[in-house]
Write a protein that binds this ligand. Structure first.
Ligand code: S3P
Length: 181
């Protein structure tokens, strides 16, 4: 017999969208959720890189940040026509009002919180992140963006000292409690 809980989960077509600063673990965690829940997984950064056959760091140099941000918006506009997926976003996707609106319309927003110290410890290869050059700058950027992440988050998960697998499992349990899985 189907419970109300199961029915709600079956009917839910909302994407599961992970937001948060660079190094929050969005890519790793989204892959785990997708694998365990048999959902598609889309990493927006990788999607844009594949479409352009170019690394993001190169895109920033060649076309500028605005061009990259426009690609993020263009991708978000396609979400309504995609199968239910776990979506990993780039850390700066929340900067534009339009992106925040599109994200809100597209699914359940899961915000992975990190501290500047976590970011410094987790991101070894800073060259692949054009906006991350030193720790002071990381702190500034994080301070500027925190309110934007919080503004659209449906679920907030603290990831400090928590392994990616446990973060993923906590998200799954929370979504199940909400009747969305
Ligand atoms: C960015 C974060 C990166 C990538 C780009 C810009 C940002 O993604 O989208 O380098 O502005 O925070 P990750 O958050 O996956 O590192």
């Amino acid at each position: 017999m189907k419970t109300e809980h199961n029915k709600a989960a079956e009917q839910s077509t909302k994407h599961i969208i992970l937001i948060g600063f660079m190094g929050a673990g969005k890519t790793t965690v989204s892959r785990k959720i997708a694998r365990w829940q048999h959902l598609c997984c889309i990493d927006i950064d990788r999607y844009i890189e594949n479409q352009h056959a170019m690394r993001i760091s190169k895109m920033f140099i060649k076309y500028g940040e605005k061009y990259f941000r426009d690609q993020e918006t263009a991708f978000l506009r396609t979400l309504a026509n995609r199968d239910r997926s776990v979506i990993s976003t780039g850390g700066g996707i929340v900067l534009s009002d339009l992106n925040r609106q599109l994200l809100k319309e597209s699914g359940t927003i899961v915000y992975l919180q990190v501290t500047a110290n976590d970011v410094a410890a987790r991101i070894k290869n800073k060259r692949s992140r054009p906006l991350l050059t030193n720790e002071d700058q990381t702190r500034d950027l994080l301070d500027k963006r925190r309110a934007l992440y919080e503004q659209i988050a449906d679920i907030t998960i603290n990831t400090s000292d928590v392994k990616a697998a446990l973060v993923a499992q906590t998200i799954i349990t929370t979504l199940q409690d909400r009747g969305e899985l």
